[in-house]
Structures are given as structure tokens and as C-alpha cells.
Ligand binder design. Structure first.
Ligand code: SF4
Length: 352
């Protein structure tokens, strides 16, 4: 097996043309996903999380969006400039997506079993496709899968429909699942069950790129965390290091605004984010003159923590981050007191 990352994104830039301006929705985004790794992407709405995910397999709506720079390498395949034939082959076969609204992936006029068998037949031989569909429904925790395979999407609750969407995503046995806020539309109990399901699937070796607002989910299943603001990554590191030392001023405001169950309303509209200097400078309590011009600051290591933990902030590197790190300690202590691990079940409940 190759030791290269399964997915490597470098300097990705995706722009969206609006009537009056060009929005840099994804700007110089770089990260890797290793084989079997779970990488969580956090940040407020409009921070570029979804556009980043959709850019990876070419499903970002184009126009108005367009990848204008950077590279996306998936298991040796270059995807940023790939033709539609290769993207279709990779999409579904090797990389699968699930979305916030499972109905986005389900066709209301076909029984779910037909939709799963279609996915199986598209990506492998059709032999025993129905039995395999039933087996996939069982795997994702649909009770009475033998009979429910003939039901239609509207006959499933939100949580169960998301399980069906996951079954379709798994039909091709993908190497990477990209899940964009898959639990946002369901209640807390169902969220916990779905997260437990995803955790079980990653335990079988699948890589997961998970967009979520929920820090409990991040804490319970991420290997690494990417924090996005204004279309770019501002902090990245192992889940332990980011939770022990939330080192970027934006990460700190994100953590502080989290009340343990949900994040408060998103506070930064895209048109309030400056196009030069640090993207976060208008909301940053540590901003200095050097934050106002040039590009987003380069990534610098967070000395206080071990491993690959870095932030895009002028106070690190040759600067003095002591005040920010002192605040990080205070926030980490608060998180430690309120953080809870979502308890899941074995995925067999029918009450979703
Ligand atoms: S670079 Fe400046 S504005 Fe940006 S996070 Fe650091 S201190 Fe704040």
C-alpha cells in the first residue's frame, strides 16, 4: 500500500462569481487525509467548508463556482483538472458523499432497494445485488431490512433516510466518505446514533472527511481537525492538540461561542471579511498593524503542543503568542468541563 496520503489538497482556490464581485469561497486551502483517518472540518456557515468538499470531486456547481488554482491528488489521480469521465469514475467508486439532507441523495419515485442495487450495479457486478442491498441496509442499522428494502424514501424518518443515504454511499465500498453535516437535520439522539454508525465504518478502514458544527462529534471521532474561516484554514492539528490548545484567535471565539449543544448564530457574513491581510482581523481581539495588509499570514507551529499543530497568525513564529496561549489554556479548561462524548447505540433502533 502506498504511504502517500489518500487525499492531498494543496493551495486549492475556488471562486464564485456573483453579480457584483468574485467571492474567494476557497482560498489557498491545503490539507491531507491519510488512509483510515478521520479529518473533521469546523467553522461557521460561509467559511468554505462545503465548497471545499464539493470542489474535491467536481460537484461544486459550475458556473458560478470555478476551481481557479491548486491541486487535488487522490490516490495518485489529479482531480482538480480531471475530465468528467475520471471524476465520475472516482465519484461514487472511490469517494462517496453524504449531505445534510438525505433526501438530496434519494429519488422519491424508486424504492430504496432499487436505488442501492443501482449503485451496486454501477460500481461492481450485479450478482446478488438485492441481497447485497439488504445486507447494506442491515449494516447501517435499518431494522427489518428484508422488508424495508422495498419501501420508498418518504416511508423513512430523517435519521433512517440518512442511514439509507449512507448505504447508497457504501455500495461501492469507497475509500473516502465525505460527509457534509450529515447529522444537522436530525435530533440529538438520532445524531448520536448516526455518529456511532460513522465511527463504526471508519473502524473498518474507510477514511472520513467530516464537516460538522458539533464539537462533541469532533472530540469523539476526529484524528485531525481543520478550522476554517473566510474560505481558508486558520488552524490545523491533531484533535488532542487543538482541544488542549485552541491556538488561533478565531478557534477560540468558536469554542467560546459553543454552548455544548449547538453553536450560536453565525456571526461573520462573507462581505464583512476583508480581502487583504488576515481574514479574521475585524473580529480579532489581538489584531495589530501587521494584520492589515498582505496575504493571510503563513502557518506557524504552535510551540506549546507536540506534533503537527499550526496556525495562520502573526503572533506565532517570531512574534509573541503568550497572551493568546494563556486564553487557550482557560478555554481548554472550560471545554474539559463541558465536553461530552455522544453515546451511541448499536444502530438498531427504529425510533428515528
Ligand atoms: S493575524 Fe492578526 S488578526 Fe489574524 S488572528 Fe492573528 S492577531 Fe488576529
Amino acid at each position: 500500500m502506498s504511504s502517500d496520503p489518500l487525499l492531498s489538497v494543496a493551495g486549492l482556490r475556488t471562486h464564485i462569481e456573483t453579480e457584483d464581485r468574485t467571492v474567494r469561497a476557497v482560498d489557498e486551502v491545503s490539507f491531507d487525509v491519510e488512509r483510515g483517518e478521520t479529518v473533521c472540518v469546523v467553522g461557521e456557515s460561509g467559511s468554505g467548508k462545503s465548497v471545499t468538499c464539493e470542489s474535491l470531486t467536481g460537484i461544486v456547481p459550475s458556473p458560478p463556482a470555478e476551481i481557479v488554482g491548486g491541486s487535488i491528488t487522490f490516490d495518485g489521480h489529479s482531480l482538480a483538472d480531471a475530465d468528467q469521465r475520471l471524476l465520475r469514475e472516482i465519484r461514487g467508486n472511490r469517494i462517496a458523499h453524504i449531505f445534510q439532507n438525505p433526501q438530496q441523495a434519494l429519488d422519491p419515485v424508486y424504492a430504496v432497494g432499487d436505488q442501492i442495487t443501482e449503485a451496486i450495479e454501477l460500481h461492481s457486478n450485479a450478482e446478488n445485488a438485492r441481497e447485497r442491498a439488504v445486507s447494506l441496509l442491515r449494516k447501517v442499522g435499518i431494522p427489518n431490512a428484508e422488508t424495508r428494502v422495498d419501501d420508498y424514501p418518504h416511508e423513512f424518518s430523517g435519521g433512517m433516510a440518512q442511514r439509507v443515504a449512507i448505504a447508497i454511499a457504501l455500495a461501492a465500498d469507497p475509500d473516502l466518505l465525505i460527509a457534509d453535516e450529515p447529522t444537522t437535520a436530525v435530533d440529538v439522539t438520532v445524531q448520536a446514533r448516526l455518529i456511532e454508525l460513522l465511527r463504526r465504518l471508519t473502524g473498518e478502514g474507510m477514511s472520513l472527511l467530516l464537516v460538522t458544527h458539533d464539537f462533541r462529534v469532533v472530540a469523539s471521532m476526529a484524528d485531525r481537525v481543520l478550522v476554517m474561516f473566510g474560505g481558508t484554514i486558520v488552524e490545523r492539528g491533531s484533535v488532542e492538540s487543538v482541544f488542549e490548545t485552541p491556538a488561533h484567535p478565531y478557534t477560540q471565539t468558536l469554542f467560546e461561542s459553543y454552548d455544548g449543544l449547538s453553536q450560536r448564530a453565525d456571526r461573520y457574513a462573507r462581505d464583512q471579511i476583508p480581502s487583504d491581510g488576515c481574514r479574521f482581523r475585524l473580529g480579532c481581539p489581538y489584531a495589530v498593524d501587521g494584520c492589515e495588509s498582505g496575504e493571510q499570514p503563513p502557518f506557524e507551529s504552535v510551540e506549546a503542543t507536540a506534533g503537527d499543530h499550526s496556525v495562520s497568525c502573526v503572533h506565532y513564529g517570531d512574534g509573541n503568542p503568550d497572551e493568546i496561549l494563556a486564553n487557550a489554556d482557560r478555554i481548554a479548561a472550560t471545554i474539559g468541563n463541558t465536553e461530552s462524548d455522544p453515546e451511541g447505540d448499536n444502530g438498531e433502533s427504529n425510533n428515528e
